[in-house]
Ligand binder design. Structure first.
Ligand SMILES: Nc1ncnc2c1ncn2[C@@H]1O[C@H](COP(=O)(O)OP(=O)(O)O)[C@@H](O)[C@H]1O
Ligand SMILES: [Mg+2]
Length: 1043
């Protein structure tokens, strides 16, 4: 518990020093005057009504208190609400908030603050918000119908309310249940001086528009209604008209349909109008007084609105049917009785309407049965009341307060102290007033006042309030808390405030004198059956449903439970409900009787603190322990704070708790005490320390879980991504390769196709039409060639070499081939011809060839020489040994032997000579003398010259250094000049390997001894080569030869 510097007085009375009633009051006063209306006694909140709006509420403060623990900030109702809510959500304990105090002490305001706090901090969301709205909006509706201005409180709740708000496991509101207790229905027909009827009547008249008023058959002026107190129609600071709008919209939010809202207003209007039904005296024929309705129009209108014949209504109001045995007797009611019946009807209609509204709200906010829920109950019940004239209502109200005080005592004072004893904790008893005896006085089943009252009501015979009082006097004459005139008389005491018809109970909050008048009546709470039956007959659906007992079929003879019994049992249910929950107390204190701000009435507050037992509360609190819990749940909650107990603990609960606390705190045994089954912690500080540690530890653990979870998530995510990546890349690669392969395959196929095609075309080209022509032409060509060749075979020309005949080619195309064939054939013929030649013939032909080479085309003598074979020996050498002798000494045979003529250079005359040509020499001899005249070695032959004519003249040029002597060259004439010169040429070639120069010319030079002579040859006219030639000398160096 921290002490803030800025605190006014002490914020927690537990810290008060010295602890006395006076110092406590002074502290409260000091704080009150400094506008600190909240003070703690441990975890009990004391609230002093400020009667002014303080700037200590609103969303910001809610947020602030939500963040902090109980003692961190100034005492506040939000802190209490927060503690309860936190305890609900985190400790999973149902909570109840008990708000007690006198009427006008601020209970209803406190309950609203608690609800608004819870609504603000609990979960959000569309669904949740609508539930919250419904819960919050139930307040204005219930206040309109159940609150009224009293002398003590302008907005006094005239009913008890207990509201269970139900939450899901997350702490979001699911819905709720409202229980209402005993509406002060007498207020409907009668109000004390300075008080008003229920707000709704004024709201309706002030707020309804003209149209609505007309349909409800109402007038705006409140003074026109008998049930409304004519003195006070308005309350300061309360805008009835705008409140009416709020109530209507609140009803819509809660879920009332348009029709239902209209019904409710109609029934409210009916009650109001019922008050205006005037009854007057009438007398029956037999003189017995009766009653009748004097204002026919009013009752007519009521009948119309109810959907009931006005006559029937009148009958029900003015007469009573009594059933005795099988007979039914109708008795007329006198005016007083009729008025009583009318008022009873109005009160009943109104109170039943109120119950119906509560039920209707419950229907809207109820939670499905299946859901597991946690509950926070808020009890705002009418406060203790001491009026001048206290009646049955005050009696039950005070009884209820007595019971609540008992709860408080039981839970905070008695139980606590007993627990210390049971747990074996050293404890000095704190005395307190136990009001059990007073509760017993009232509620005892056989001997309680309520039991007596019931007995009186049920008892046959003459029954009246007086007999009831007498009974009480008799029974409780010796009771300490019961007083009456009789008991006073017995004790010879006189108190003038006590009337004859009164009894007094010494309540915990003070002595209250009750007047027994109408106790019986109110307890019976009976409505004449005629009235309920009439109401049931009404066509108005809501009104009719309010009176189910009016149904003749359902009419049972059994009495309904009395009001007292009903109340007692509902209080019992409430108590049971409260005991099952963790209580949180708000003790409301009224600082003055005048609803004035800043006024602190010492007396008044002193009384309240005394009867509320605040001082005892502080004492017990101080000596006791702020917190206790069984070892098991404590261990469960704080197990995580120690390494030895978390995550597993195998030892006993107590040992575990000791372990945790031993490790965590260094507290003395005074601070922490170990009971038999529970651990006790003295100051909240330690508890808050533990809670803080737990919060930190939970954060750590949450972080750990988060860490592991995040790690796991990232890992799986990564693995998934990796897998995906591999998959994708494998697919991608696969696809790419497939594409590549596809392309390659396509290309290969294309190439293959081309190759195959090409091949196939090649193979099949022959089958092609385009090739057919070629084939055909080839064929034709072949056949033509065949025919041509075969024809040629059969038609070969003669094998004679000279036969140049050759058949013509039948077609032009064969011309070349034909020519070639011809050539080949010719060559072949030539070869054949050559092969058959003898070597001699070959030699001969060689000479011929050489001759042709030398002279063909050059010398006219050549052509005639061709067909003439070269004989060589033209002089018969073989047969002439003389001549042979010439040639003796020569190696080899004589190549040419002829008689030539030698031209004399001097005169141009010719002389015959024999010429022999051997392989080495040219031998010239004189024909007559067979003696060798000249032998010329072939190596000395330098050349020969011939003419181109047919003649046989030739010049034999010798080289200068000839052995022959210096006669010089020879100019010779031969008849076989061609043969001779050919053979000479060949002989020179063989002998000297030199080609003999053969000059064919018309003019050539001869070298003689005497000098060179130019021989000029002229063709004579004969020119036939007959051998006749003439030479003429032309100068010394010229010789002209005509041939
Ligand atoms: N916390 C508060 N702040 C301001 N005014 C308050 C507060 N509590 C009560 N009051 C005033 O006191 C009046 C009576 O309070 P209420 O809660 O109706 O009393 P109770 O329900 O105990 O009879 C309220 O109408 C209001 O004017
Ligand atoms: Mg109230």
């Amino acid at each position: 518990m921290t002490l803030r510097e800025d605190s006014v007085g002490v914020e927690d009375l537990v810290l008060l020093e010295p602890l006395e009633a006076e110092s406590m009051l002074r502290n409260l006063q000091l704080r009150y005057e400094n506008r600190e209306i909240y003070t703690y006694i441990g975890n009990v909140l004391v609230s002093v009504n400020p009667y002014q709006q303080l700037p200590i509420y609103g969303p910001e403060l809610i947020a602030k208190y939500q963040e902090c623990t109980f003692y961190e900030l100034k005492p506040h109702i939000y802190a209490l609400a927060n503690m309860a809510y936190q305890s609900l959500t985190s400790r999973d304990r149902d909570q109840c908030i008990l708000i007690t105090g006198e009427s006008g002490a601020g209970k209803t305001e406190a309950s609203k603050l608690v609800m608004s706090y819870v609504a603000a901090v609990c979960g959000k969301g569309e669904q949740v918000n609508s539930v919250k709205e419904q819960l919050l909006q139930s307040n204005p509706v219930l206040e309109a119908f159940g609150n009224a201005k009293t002398i003590r409180n302008d907005n006094s709740s005239r009913f008890g309310k207990y509201m269970d708000i139900e939450f899901d496991f997350k702490g979001s509101p699911l819905g709720g249940v409202i229980t209402n207790y005993l509406l002060e229905k007498s207020r409907v027909v009668k109000q004390l001086k300075g008080e008003r009827n229920f707000h709704i009547f004024y709201q309706l008249l002030a707020g309804a528009d003209a149209q609505l008023l007309k349909t409800l058959k109402l007038e705006r002026d409140t003074s026109g209604y008998a049930y409304l107190n004519r003195e006070v129609s308005r309350v300061d600071g309360m805008d009835d008209a705008s409140n009416f709008q709020s109530v209507q919209s609140a009803m819509t939010v809660i879920g009332f349909s348009e029709k239902e809202i209209r019904w409710v207003l109609e029934v409210t209007a009916l009650v109001l109008k019922l008050g205006n039904v005037e009854l007057s005296d009438e007398f029956q024929a037999n003189g017995i007084s009766a009653s009748g309705i004097s204002d026919g129009r009013g009752v007519q209108e009521i009948g119309e609105m109810m959907g009931l014949d006005s006559k029937e209504l009148e009958r029900a109001l003015c007469s009573r049917t009594m059933a005795t045995g099988k007979e039914k007797v109708v008795t007329a009611l006198n005016v007083v009785q009729a008025q009583y019946a009318r008022d009873a009807l109005a009160k009943n209609i109104y109170s039943r309407l109120f119950n119906w509204i509560v039920n209707r709200i419950n229907e809207s906010i109820k939670v499905g049965t299946g859901e597991k829920k946690k509950v926070m109950g808020v009890l705002d019940i009418y406060g203790f009341e001491i009026l001048e004239d206290n009646s049955f209502e005050q009696f039950v109200i005070n009884y209820c307060n007595e019971k609540l005080q008992q709860v408080f005592i039981e839970l905070t004072l008695k139980e606590e102290q007993e627990e210390y004893k049971n747990e074996g904790i050293p404890w000095k008893k704190v005395d307190y007033f136990d009001n059990g005896i007073i509760c017993n006085l009232i509620e005892h089943n056989q001997r309680g006042i309520l039991a007596m009252l019931d007995e009186e009501c049920l008892r046959p015979g003459v029954v009246s309030d007086t007999t009831f009082l007498a009974k009480l006097n008799q029974l409780f004459s010796n009771h300490d808390y019961y007083e009456s005139k009789v008991t006073q008389n017995a004790q010879r005491q006189y108190d003038h405030t006590m009337g004859l018809s009164c009894f007094r109970i010494c309540h915990y909050a003070g002595k209250v004198t009750y007047n027994v008048n109408s106790f019986i009546d109110k307890n019976n709470d009976l409505l004449f059956r005629d009235l309920s039956q009439a109401m049931w007959k009404a066509k108005h659906p809501l009104l009719r449903s309010l009176f189910p007992e009016g149904d003749p079929k359902q009419a049972s003879r059994k009495r309904p439970p009395t009001a007292g019994a009903q109340f007692k049992s509902s209080v019992a249910v409430l108590m049971k409900n409260l005991y099952a929950k963790n209580p949180n107390y708000i003790r409301c204190i009224k600082p003055n009787e005048h609803q004035k701000q800043g006024q602190f009435s010492w007396e008044l507050v002193a009384t309240q603190t005394r009867y509320l037992g605040l001082l005892e509360n502080v004492r017990v609190r101080r000596a006791g322990y702020a917190f206790r819990q069984g070892y098991r749940p404590f261990l469960e909650r704080y197990r995580l704070l120690s390494r030895s107990t978390w995550p597993r603990w195998n030892g006993g609960d107590r040992e575990g708790v000791e372990k945790i606390l031993g490790e965590l705190t260094t507290c003395t045994s005074e601070e922490i005490t170990f009971g038999k089954t529970k651990i006790f912690i003295k100051s909240p500080k330690t508890l808050f320390f533990l809670e803080e540690q737990r919060r930190l530890r939970i954060q750590q653990l949450a972080t750990l879980i988060q860490k592991i979870y995040r790690g796991w998530r990232c890992r799986t995510h990564y693995q998934q991504m990796r897998k995906s990546q591999i998959l994708i890349s494998s697919w991608f690669r696969g696809t790419k390769q497939k594409q590549r392969y596809g392309k390659m395959k396509a290309s290969a196929l294309l190439i293959q196709a081309f190759v195959r095609g090409w091949k196939a075309r090649k193979d099949y080209r022959k089958y092609f039409r385009s090739g057919a022509a070629l084939t055909l032409s080839n064929f034709i060509y072949k056949s033509l060639a065949q025919k041509f060749l075969l024809g040629l075979k059969n038609n070969l020309p003669s094998t004679s070499v000279l036969d140049k005949k050759w058949p013509e080619a039948p077609y032009k195309c064969f011309t070349t081939a034909n020519r070639e064939l011809q050539r080949l054939h010719h060559q072949w013929k030539c070869k054949k011809f050559r092969d058959q030649l003898s070597p001699k013939q070959v030699e001969l032909l060689r000479d011929k060839l050489c001759a042709s080479e030398l002279f063909k085309g050059k010398k006219a003598a050549y052509p005639p020489s061709i067909p003439v074979p070269f004989h060589g020996d033209y002089i018969g050498l073989r047969g002439n040994p003389k001549l042979q002798k010439l040639a003796s000494g020569e190696e080899g045979p004589v190549l040419m032997a002829e008689t030539v003529r030698k031209v004399n250079r001097g005169n141009g005359k010719t002389s015959s000579r024999t010429l022999l040509l051997t392989k080495g020499h040219v031998i010239l001899t004189d024909s007559k003398k067979s003696q060798a005249k000249t032998v010329i070695g072939l190596e000395s032959v330098a050349g020969v010259s011939v003419t181109s004519f047919k003649d046989g003249l030739f010049g034999l040029h010798l080289s200068e250094i000839s052995s022959v002597g210096s006669k010089g060259d020879f100019l010779l004439v031969s008849e076989h000049v061609v043969e001779l010169l050919t053979k000479m040429y060949r002989a020179v070639l063989d002998a000297t390997q030199k080609q003999l120069p053969v000059t064919v010319a018309e003019q050539f030079s001869m070298r003689f001894k005497e000098g060179n002579v130019t021989v000029k040859v002229i063709q004579g006219p004969a020119g036939n080569g007959s051998g006749k030639l003439s030479c003429k000398k032309k100068g010394s160096h010229g010789l002209e030869v005509t041939v």
